[in-house]
Structure formats: structure tokens, C-alpha cells
Ligand binder design. Structure first.
Ligand code: ADP
Ligand code: ADP
Length: 213
């Protein structure tokens, strides 16, 4: 049974832009789904709707995850500048009842342990990006939704993040990751959704895409 079902989603912004038009697909548990497409294709809009950050104009998103949780990392940063790196992640850990051992694990995973006591205001862009991801990865979840998690990271850091997400998917989570760079995600994703001007152009296992390309 799908853990996530996106049914006939259309999003028209107040400006009149139709960012998504009748997008439907379903995702099974254990899937690492890459959502790809050009800039402006509707990736962020789709992920924000799935995360519950914005409402679609029409259509529905259904999650079948029991008491499992959905963790998200939007493209626009939600960092609290006055807090340290550790406190930014701790905030989410507290809200989700996650033990502090998970904070240590995620700081180490994302190579943030050495800057953990620095105020967010004073760290680099790549480090900020990793704090943002850390806030999504610190808690166990049934669904992870990450908007461009590898953008702005060096390739090695990007691989660490994708490999961790692959492990979460292998453990049964459903993971959605957007990217404008298919190369960055195709080795780790199991499935692919291709958006083009707000429309779903393809939804297929990654092997089929690689064969076609
Ligand atoms: P992507 O993530 O693939 O780059 P987006 O979902 O960000 O695509 O954008 C899809 C379309 O919707 C683009 O034309 C973009 O300019 C427009 N758009 C995105 N967010 C807003 C908004 N808050 N208000 C108006 N238009 C928006
Ligand atoms: P670019 O100029 O960035 O290479 P593309 O035309 O390749 O643009 O398309 C944008 C994104 O969608 C890229 O990540 C690309 O690899 C991917 N893509 C292009 N065509 C397909 C397809 N038929 N199926 C799946 N993904 C595709």
C-alpha cells in the first residue's frame, strides 16, 4: 500500500502562475524518489504541498503512515540565527521527543560536530545547508521530504546525505528529494518523478530512466 498518494494536485499562486497542473502519483514505503525538472518546473511547490507547508488549489495528498511522522527540509532556510548549530537541531529534537544521542549522531554525520557551539549567524553557507538538513534528519520519520538537499554542498557532503537517505529508505521510510541535477541523485534514488512546466512527464523506476537516456 502506498505511504504517500498525490492525487490531481493543481496549484495556482495568487500571481496567476499555475505551478502544478493535475499531478498524480503514489509512492510505496522503502522508496527514495527523486523529483527532477528544470528551474520553475514546480518541484518546490510539490514538495511544499506534500510537507503541508502550502495548500494546493485543488487535489489531495494522502499519507498512510500511522503514527509515523513526516520530516521536511524546505529550500528556504528555517534556521534560527541567534541559536548555535546544536541548538537549531536540538529544537527539532525536543519537539519530536528525540533523544540527544540522535543530535550527536546527526552532527557527526553532517560534519558539524566541530562547529556545533557556534552561532548560526557566523557559519558558512554550506554549513547552514547541512544544519537545515540536520533538522530534518534528526528525528525518525516515515516520510522525509527534502528540497534540493545537495545544492550548495560539496560532492562528498552531498553523497553522505544521499547515502544516509538511501539507508532510511532501505529501512522502510519514504524519501522525496528534489533536484535540478539528475546526476546528483540518480545513483541513490530508486524512482524518479520528472516535472515539466507543472506537469508530470514521467514517474518510473530509476533503472528504466537510465536505460532510456
Ligand atoms: P522549481 O522548484 O521546480 O524551481 P517552483 O515550484 O519553485 O519550481 O516554481 C514553479 C513556478 O511557480 C515558477 O513559475 C515560480 O516562479 C512560481 N512560484 C513559486 N513560488 C511562488 C509564489 N510563492 N508565488 C508566485 N509564484 C510562485
Ligand atoms: P538540463 O539542460 O539541465 O540537462 P534536461 O532537459 O536534461 O535539462 O532536464 C532537466 C532535468 O530533468 C535534468 O535533471 C535531467 O537530467 C532530467 N531529465 C531530462 N529528461 C528526462 C527524462 N526523459 N526522464 C527523466 N528525467 C529527465
Amino acid at each position: 500500500m502506498p505511504s504517500l498518494t498525490v492525487d490531481q494536485i493543481t496549484k495556482r499562486y495568487r500571481t496567476g502562475t499555475e505551478a502544478l497542473s493535475g499531478v498524480s502519483f503514489a509512492v510505496e514505503p522503502g522508496t527514495l524518489l527523486a523529483v527532477v525538472g528544470h528551474n520553475g518546473a514546480g518541484k518546490s511547490t510539490l514538495l511544499n504541498i506534500v510537507s503541508g507547508l502550502i495548500r494546493p488549489t485543488s487535489g489531495t495528498v494522502a499519507t498512510d503512515i500511522g503514527r509515523g511522522r513526516l520530516m521536511w527540509s524546505p529550500q528556504r532556510t528555517m534556521i534560527d540565527w541567534s541559536l548555535t548549530v546544536r541548538q537549531n537541531i536540538e529544537l527539532v529534537a525536543r519537539l519530536t521527543g528525540t533523544p540527544s544521542s540522535s543530535i550527536d549522531r546527526v552532527l557527526e554525520l553532517l560534519d558539524l560536530d566541530k562547529v556545533s557551539s557556534q552561532q548560526a549567524e557566523y557559519i558558512s553557507g554550506g554549513q547552514l545547508q547541512r544544519v537545515q538538513i540536520g533538522r530534518a534528519l534528526v528525528a525518525d520519520a516515515a516520510v522525509y521530504v527534502l528540497d534540493e538537499p545537495t545544492a550548495g554542498l560539496d560532492p562528498a557532503a552531498g553523497e553522505v546525505v544521499m547515502e544516509y537517505l538511501r539507508e532510511r529508505a532501505a529501512a522502510g521510510a519514504t524519501v522525496l528529494v528534489s533536484s535540478h541535477d539528475l546526476d546528483a541523485v540518480e545513483r541513490t534514488a530508486s524512482d524518479l518523478v520528472l516535472l515539466d512546466e507543472g506537469r508530470l512527464r514521467a514517474h518510473l523506476p530509476i533503472q528504466e530512466f537510465v536505460r532510456r537516456a
